[in-house]
Design a binder for this molecule. Structure first.
Ligand SMILES: Nc1ncnc2c1ncn2[C@@H]1O[C@H](COP(=O)(O)OP(=O)(O)OP(=O)(O)O)[C@@H](O)[C@H]1O
Ligand SMILES: [Mg+2]
Length: 262
């Protein structure tokens, strides 16, 4: 089966203060349609740069990106703007407009499309229902919890019925309960709307909970990939091994430190 999201030999460097830093060093990623695909790695490994190259928020230096039949890297600026509507993205810091209400935040991409007012009302109400925020329709982001803000971010990302959702550390700023609720919402979206999701995280538990497949990025290259259980039962890469070790340490020490002396 051919993959739905594909990168071929993707390279990206940044020039800062005369230094050229090579961040992506030939990334070949293959994600099947309908998958929830995890990308893990240490801080600075290049995860955010990789997803930002997929929708060309960053322009790769070389290499190709495909989504379905479309070569994203071959699109003109105008074609890209159209295609981007079908690529939703959510962020760690939510990226909401603080001066807009929940309704206005979610309506924003539809207004850009010049959708009819009545259609916008209907679509936003549907999305609010989907993410469970109907009663917060007229609230401002400042009046919401982190989990609720991320629900707004998700609703906004889904406004134009995208086929793909890119999630960059979407739960990293959330408490465990909100994290779980957001992960369940992403699973629901994947199942009910058939979205293909690429989920960037440095939390192994998140990958285990939600993803089918995973790629481990180390210093700008994919060092291993495959089914989540195979990778984390028996990791080959340094990153994979450290992730597993840390996860086991947490489990081993559960209840130990807090329980002493009681
Ligand atoms: N716009 C930029 N200009 C210069 N350097 C950048 C830029 N964006 C990223 N980098 C550098 O590229 C490297 C990879 O960054 P990236 O944000 O992709 O890492 P990451 O894996 O997402 O890390 P984290 O887990 O901390 O989010 C880092 O060394 C970073 O400093
Ligand atoms: Mg990042």
């Amino acid at each position: 089966m051919s993959s739905y999201i594909r990168t071929e030999n993707l390279y990206k460097s940044f020039r800062t203060k005369g230094n050229n830093v090579q961040v992506l060093k030939g990334i070949n990623l293959e994600v099947q349609k309908g998958d929830i695909y995890g990308v893990v790695g240490f801080s600075g490994a290049g995860k955010s740069t990789l997803v930002r190259c997929i929708n060309r928020l960053e322009e790769p230096d070389s290499g190709k990106v495909f989504i379905g039949e479309t070569e994203i890297t071959a699109l003109s600026k105008r074609e890209l703007a159209t295609k981007r509507r079908k690529i939703g993205m959510i962020f760690q810091n939510f990226n909401l407009f603080d001066a807009k209400t929940v309704f206005e935040n979610i309506a924003y991409p539809l207004e850009l499309e010049k959708a009819k007012k009545k259609d916008i009302q209907k679509r936003v109400d549907e999305l609010l229902e989907l993410v469970g925020l109907t009663e917060k329709k007229h609230a401002y982001p400042g009046q919401l919890s982190g989990g609720q803000k991320q629900r707004v971010g998700i609703a906004r990302a889904l406004a134009n019925n995208p086929d793909v959702l890119l999630s960059d550390e979407a739960t990293s700023a959330l408490d465990p309960q909100s994290t779980l609720a957001i992960l369940d919402l992403l699973r629901k979206i994947n199942k009910e709307l058939g979205l293909t999701i690429i989920l960037i995280t440095h939390e192994l538990e998140v990958v285990k909970y939600l993803c089918n497949n995973v790629a481990v990025i180390e210093d700008g290259i994919i060092v291993e990939e495959g089914e989540v259980r195979n990778i984390f039962l028996n990791p080959n890469s340094n990153t994979g091994k450290v992730f597993l070790k840390v996860s086991k340490e947490f489990q081993k020490n559960e209840f130990v430190s807090g329980g002493e002396g009681i």
